[in-house]
Design a protein around this ligand. Sequence first.
Ligand code: URA
Length: 410
Amino acid sequence: MHIPSLIAAKRDGAVLTREEIRAVITAFTSGEMPDYQMSALAMAIYFRGMSAEETAALTEAMLHSGSTLEWPAQAPMRIDKHSTGGIGDKTSLIIAPLLACDGAWVPMISGRGLGITGGTLDKLESIPGFRTRLDEAEIHRVIEKTGCVLIGQTESICPADKKLYSLRDVTGTVPSIPLITASILSKKLAEGLDRLILDVKHGTGAFMRTYEEAKALAQSMVSTAKVLGLKASVHINAMNEPTGHAAGNALEVIEAIECLQGRGPQDLEEICLNLAGAVSISSREHLRGFLHDGSAWRKFQEIVAAQGGDASKLEKLAQVHRAPVIREVRADRSGMLTRVDAYQTGLAVLNLGAGRSKASDPVDFAVGVDRLAKTGTQQHAGDVLARIHARSEAAAEAAEHTLREGITLE
Ligand code: URA
């Protein structure tokens, strides 16, 4: 297999065979195919797209780049949700324990920040001691104990996605329907699920900007899942405004905890219940009970402790990760807030250091924004529209400028 010829063939719009795709993924996973060749191929796929057969072959090859989770015959039903990514989207941190409260098993394999969007793994790692890299024996132990496990791709589970995901993050190759389909479904198929709900976003803070693009992504994922034997349903949700009031790693965990304690922002609670209700056998009202009677919060603490995290620090995260500069962004006049743009918010948070510009960059858990005002609210001159958590005054200044470009008061 001559890799440069395959890259050139895709660049020129050819359809790759299942064998060629499998050979590429095998060579990339083993390290025989260097990152620069995979980056070039990802860019060719970004521009040329893939047929349904190529997308299914890529998903299958990425799934079989590692092992899959196997469950005992008498195990509870395995269910999960996956979002295509957004700003302030901390729903996984809430939905996973919620579904586990309902008796399901949730073996959730997530990713890190991608493009301007945050990642569940980066958020979870802001909890002192929390381990997202578990071996298979530990995965089984945690799920048997708590009904849920929150992990990332490893060298043994979805290693191809682990490598390709971090390359795409820094090479401008994220918003591609076949690459997103294969990335998400290879992880979900590796989980050995009975049911999956997909949350496909469209809008300024999503990889798919328009509803039509989101619909095409949703169709690609549902049909690829079906070909590969997984029953998936889909919700298409707008992502023009951040979810909740916070974006940034630890700041989002803090808001997720509030939601798990039944005192989260309404938009966050509603989207969690919509998605969890779509995949669970219980009604959304039954699930809402777990958020308001302490069960979901207790379950989250159990999961954190089972994965090595210090649950006693959860309610002290604001002190654990206190950024040196906290700046309020205030309304310069009175009016109706008609726009709090998800893209501008995501860009501000990324530039504060919450995401990566190079694959090797560390993420800053403390930085981000909170107390973000919601659109449709009346504001008075001097009201706080957001709080910026930054490493320096200069970073806070730049973030304020970026945020204000996304805010419209009329
Ligand atoms: N989530 C993933 O896991 N992969 C993508 O490509 C996008 C969102």
